[in-house]
Design a protein around this ligand. Structure first.
Ligand code: HMG
Ligand code: MG
Length: 298
């Protein structure tokens, strides 16, 4: 049966902006976060503490985290691939940190420069330190359906990674379709594999919309009882280490679908569209969201 309420995590400031070539000033990122929380988002993935040589756009991570006027009840998360990133992140008091691995070996190497097994070894002390500091821990699992380097990824690979994430103490995981090649039944298989190790309330759907399947995949996950989803305001984004992948499904499109199904999100769609228009104007383009375009053209 379908949930009556869904929790959305907007990853636009991080997953969305990380791939932008033009520098986005910290003040613009901070304003985007403010607009998202004003629109009712209660989880926002703000930035990542990764190597600035790998992802220059996220080099202002501490400045952005420091500039946000935090709102009670909002959870601010950041990506931390290793202890160095975690220690830098810790000073900025995130509510949740995200370690990020991949179900495909090739993607693991391209994205974080190590094997899956090595990544888990690196994550383990990060997870331990975060939990000891009272910070929640999420694990992102990339390429759970397909990989830009290896092609199709078997559900067994997803189950393997989910099991390792569970073993090191990760509290919840993102089932990510990094390059947006998934279709509903394949996404359900990836989620099913994850459910061998995590209960459904600790699984988040993270669907990129490269092939236009992300809303269908969201519905397919909802039908399995998944109630947590990541999406990106204005459909911002892509991954710098997944060539051709476009942004996450837009938060506007997901909210419109959910509200239309009578599922609550706590989000004000008009304010959300304004937030998306703000960042899209800055980037000099239209929001990559059908719902936003329809509302803005009314
Ligand atoms: P490495 O080169 O193997 O790291 O990179 P290293 O430990 O050998 O260190 C090399 C240099 O990097 C050193 O500097 C370190 O200080 C520095 P140098 O001595 O040469 O001047 N360094 C760092 N600097 C800042 N923060 C750090 C850090 N760590 C090392 N945390 C590393 C390994 C993981 C750091 C690198 O590969 C990296 O930064 N990768 C990030 C890739 C990334 O951000 N990808 C996008 C996010 S994942 C994603 O988008 C997918 C997701 O959305 C889900 C989905 O859709 O699939 C989550
Ligand atoms: Mg992503």
């Amino acid at each position: 049966s379908l949930p009556s309420r869904v929790q959305l995590i907007d990853v636009g400031p991080r997953d969305g902006l990380q791939n932008e070539k033009q520098p986005v000033p910290a003040a613009v990122k901070i304003e985007l976060v403010h607009r998202l929380q004003a629109a009712g988002l209660t989880e926002i993935e703000v930035t990542s503490f990764v190597s600035p040589k790998w992802v220059p756009q996220m080099a202002d991570n501490a400045e952005v985290m420091g500039g946000i006027q935090r709102q009670a009840g909002v959870r601010y998360s950041v990506l931390t691939p290793n202890l160095q990133g975690f220690e830098a992140a810790l000073k900025t008091r995130p509510d949740e940190i995200v370690v990020f691995g991949a179900a495909s070996e090739a993607f693991s190497h391209k994205n974080i420069n190590c094997s899956i097994a090595e990544s888990i070894e690196r994550f383990a002390p990060v997870v331990q330190a975060a939990l000891a500091a009272g910070i929640a821990v999420r694990g992102a699992m990339s390429c759970t359906v397909g990989c830009p380097y290896e092609g199709d990824v078997a559900p067994e690979r997803v189950a393997y990674l989910a099991g390792l994430m569970k073993q090191i103490g990760v509290q919840r995981v993102d089932v990510a379709d990094t390059i947006g090649v998934g279709t509903p039944l394949r996404v359900q298989k990836a989620i099913e594999a994850t459910l061998q190790h995590f209960d459904v309330d600790h699984v988040c759907g993270h669907f990129h919309d490269t092939y236009g399947q992300a809303l269908s995949n969201t519905l397919a996950a909802l039908q399995m009882g998944v109630r947590n989803f990541q999406s990106s305001v204005a459909g911002l984004g892509g991954c710098p280490y997944a060539k051709g992948a476009t942004g996450n499904v837009s938060t506007e499109d997901v909210v419109y679908m959910l509200h239309g199904m009578g599922i609550a999100t706590g989000i004000d769609l008009d304010k959300l569209v304004d937030a998306g228009a703000f960042i899209s104007d800055f980037l000099g383009r239209k929001p990559n969201s059908n719902v936003a375009k329809a509302i803005l053209n009314k």
